[in-house]
Write a protein that binds this ligand. Structure first.
Ligand code: SF4
Length: 92
């Protein structure tokens, strides 16, 4: 995977501990930096693709990335079976 995006990151040179908060509730400072980052999407996809288990990447904590992964799996599964998101939502 192309890592050129790293050189354009908004977190370059910042204290990395900001991006490794103890709890999700302490991730706001990192998320604010990520929100203004020009490579947020590449960063998030890198973290998801490499199963990064720690820290804030692409504006998402580990727990949030897990949610994204589960949602994508669900959508792929629905797509494979021809199920629509609307009918799946109604089934809950
Ligand atoms: S999205 Fe956040 S963690 Fe990723 S490169 Fe940008 S500032 Fe750094």
């Amino acid at each position: 995977m192309d890592r050129d995006w790293v050189t354009r990151s908004a977190c370059k040179g910042l204290d990395p501990t900001i991006f490794y908060p103890s709890t999700d509730e302490e991730a706001d400072e990192a998320k604010e930096v990520c929100a203004a980052c020009p490579v947020q999407e590449s960063c998030l996809e890198h973290a998801i693709g490499h199963r990064e288990h720690n820290g804030v990447w692409g504006g998402a904590t580990e727990r949030e990335r897990q949610r994204i992964i589960r949602r994508r799996r669900r959508l792929r599964s629905m797509s494979a079976t021809g199920e629509s998101a609307v009918s799946a939502a109604g089934a809950r």
